[in-house]
Design a binder for this molecule. Structure first.
Ligand code: SAH
Ligand code: SF4
Length: 374
């Protein structure tokens, strides 16, 4: 990193108010910030030189003191079903230990982008390959929203000028609530009409259950919440999601219902990865139905995606269907998440595998964690 690079302000991390303060600090009029916002977030232009109405002199000054830097694309893979996956390098080091992934899932009428919030994760859920990878670092706000900007810019807009990314889910790498400081301003930028301008029901944060931060989130924003439950009792959840030992199910659910009430939300999505013989038995479905019946809750059943070294297996299709049908029969809406982009999973894994094994594992298992209802 050169001294000049370090001194430049990355405008992607700034809220509209901060951007205005920044241009005023340069001795410019506040309306310059509005022009910049339009170029960046309505026209997806990331090069100051192309921002023609700013004036030559201001463009040169911006290039000297500011930058619009997004994570660098290391590889792009497109699946037969249209799912697109980018391997990105956050930070400036050459190694793939800084690698994150972002996945775009096109569906009729919407495009969902699954973004990462950390490089790795410290929470060590036993069925998640991040457990093997461990925690590297938090992404900063610019790196988090930079994934969304990059996707919109690369995918271009539709025939009516509509943007490619209509929904964002924080279900990629990392635990977003463990990086609250950088994730909250990122959420605000995603909702901000002068920036990404997404509606709050189209931004979903997924958490493994950091209870104090769920209460904080209820104060600070109103995005949709998904919670990785994965087990209907504490004994089992303690094994699968170790953070449960600190914040058991009863506390977690209380925080969820509080969030819904505080935010006037429609429902909470509970993610439940089905592990053969571990949490997929009729007794588990019964226990889960008791926890959630009568609540504004949906269950998203995720077929487990195996990775090298894991002790778990994906449940049989019949077991998955029976689990789903039982919940629906008890009035708890449950859907099974489709796996998308299977074919590029392998390709991407091979690519990263030449450089960094653990990343391979991680990148190869997260394709399932993508689809969420709006
Ligand atoms: N840390 C957050 C968000 C990222 S994980 C969380 O845990 O919610 C996103 C989802 O992927 C979670 O529901 C997680 O349980 C699921 N997941 C992780 N590893 C998986 C695997 N091997 N197979 C299927 N789902 C997995
Ligand atoms: Fe982290 Fe989520 Fe994986 Fe658990 S499931 S280790 S919280 S990324």
């Amino acid at each position: 990193m050169t001294a000049t690079d370090a001194a430049r302000t990355n405008l992607f991390g700034l809220t509209p108010a901060e951007l205005e303060a920044f241009v005023v600090g340069l001795g410019e009029k506040p309306y310059r910030a509005r022009q910049l916002l339009t170029w960046i977030y309505k026209r997806w232009v990331g090069d100051f030189d192309a921002m023609t109405d700013l004036g030559r002199e201001l463009r040169a000054r911006l290039a000297a003191v500011a930058e619009l830097r997004v994570p660098e694309v290391v590889a792009e893979h497109v699946s037969a079903d249209g799912t697109r996956k980018w391997l990105l390098r956050a930070g400036r080091s050459d190694g793939l230990e800084q690698a994150i992934e972002t996945v775009f899932i096109p569906e009729p009428g919407r495009g969902t982008l699954c973004i990462s919030s950390q490089v790795g994760c410290a929470l060590d859920c036993s069925f998640c390959s991040t457990g093997a990878q461990g925690f590297n670092r938090n992404l900063d706000t610019a790196e988090i929203v930079g994934q969304v900007w990059l996707a919109n810019q690369r995918l271009g807009s539709g025939p009516g000028g509509e943007r490619a990314v209509t929904n964002v889910v924080l279900m990629g790498m990392g635990e977003p609530l463990a990086n609250y400081r950088n994730v909250l301003p990122a959420l605000q930028l995603l909702l901000e009409d002068r920036a990404f301008d997404l509606s709050r029901r189209r931004v979903t944060l997924s958490t493994s259950g950091l209870v104090p931060q769920i209460y904080r989130l209820a104060e600070d924003t109103n995005v949709a919440l998904a919670v990785s439950l994965h087990a209907p009792n504490d004994a089992l959840r303690d094994q699968l999601v170790p953070i449960n030992r600190r914040h058991p199910i009863a506390e977690l659910l209380a925080a969820c219902w509080h969030y819904l009430e505080a935010q006037n939300g429609r429902s909470i999505t509970f993610e439940y990865v089905l592990l053969d013989g571990v949490n997929d038995q009729p007794a588990h479905a019964r226990e889960l139905a008791v926890l959630l019946a009568g609540r504004d809750a949906k269950v998203n059943l995720i077929p487990f995606n195996a990775f090298p070294g894991t002790r778990y297996r994906r449940s049989a299709p019949a077991a998955i269907e029976a689990f789903r049908d039982y919940l629906n029969g008890r009035g708890v809406t449950a859907t099974v998440r489709r796996t998308r982009g299977d074919d590029i999973d392998a390709a991407c894994g091979q690519l990263a595998g030449r450089v960094h094994d653990r990343t391979t594992v991680r990148l190869g298992t997260k394709m399932v964690a993508l689809e969420v209802e709006t």
